[in-house]
Design a protein around this ligand. Sequence first.
Ligand SMILES: [Cu+2]
Length: 256
Amino acid sequence: MSIRRGLSGLVATAALGISLAAPSGALAFDVEIKADDSNNHFTPAEVTIAPGETVRWTFHPNAAGGPIAATHNVVVFDGPDWNADELSRSEYFSPDGLGGVSPAPGWHEYTFDAPGTYFFYCEVHSSEMYGTVTVQADDPGPEPVPEPALKVAAKPKNVTVKPSKAANLKAIVKNVGDAAAAKVKVCVKAPKKLLKVKGKACANLKSVNAGAKKQAAFKLKPTKKAKGKAVNVKLVVTASNAPQQTVKAKVKVKKK
Ligand SMILES: [Cu+2]
C-alpha cells in the first residue's frame, strides 16, 4: 500500500509540471520516509530488487497529512560491504524548515548493480530509521552440459566403376557438437553378394574433438552379380557418447 501511495504522489508532482530527473535505472521501489512525531521509519524497510534497479526514497507528509516534523536524510552504503568508504547520501530534508534543507523534488535515488545486501539509514535517527536493500541476481538455471554430435557424409555420394575396378568411398565424419566424441568408429555396409569390402570394413577414428573432422576411406570391389547394377551402401558412424549416424551412398557398376 505504501509503495502505491508513493508512486501516485510522484505522478501528481509530474502533473504539476515540475520537471523531474529520470531515474537512472528501472525504478523498483519507492521507499516512503514517513515520520509521525513519535515514530520515525522507512516504509518498507526491507526491499528486494534485481541488479540494475533503482530505489527511490521519497519524503512524504505524515499520517495526518501535515509536513514532516523532523529533519531526515538517507544514507546508502554503496556496497554490500558495510565498511564501504563512500556513501550515497541525500541532503537533510525537513519540509517545515526545522533545520536542514528542503531539497527539490524531495527524494533520493540509488541504483544497485551488484548483488548483495545493502544498508541504508537516516543519519539523524539512525537507531530507529534504517533498512536493507537486497539485490538478488537472476537464477541462470542449470548450465547446459556440452555434448558431442556427429555428422557423416559420403564422398562421393554416387560412384560409378567398371566391373573389374574397386569403388573408392570416403566417410567424412564431423563433430558439430560442443564436446569431444569418444571411440568413434565408422563402418561401411554393403550387400556382400554385390560388393566386397577390400581391407577393413570399419575404421577406428578414436576421439573427434568438437568442431573437428576426420575421414576414413573404403574400397568396394563389385562381384560378378553386380554388373550393371546400382548398389546401395551405408556408412554408419558410432561413438561411445553420441548417437549413431548413417548416410547412404550408391555404387553404380558398369556392364563391362
Ligand atoms: Cu530521520
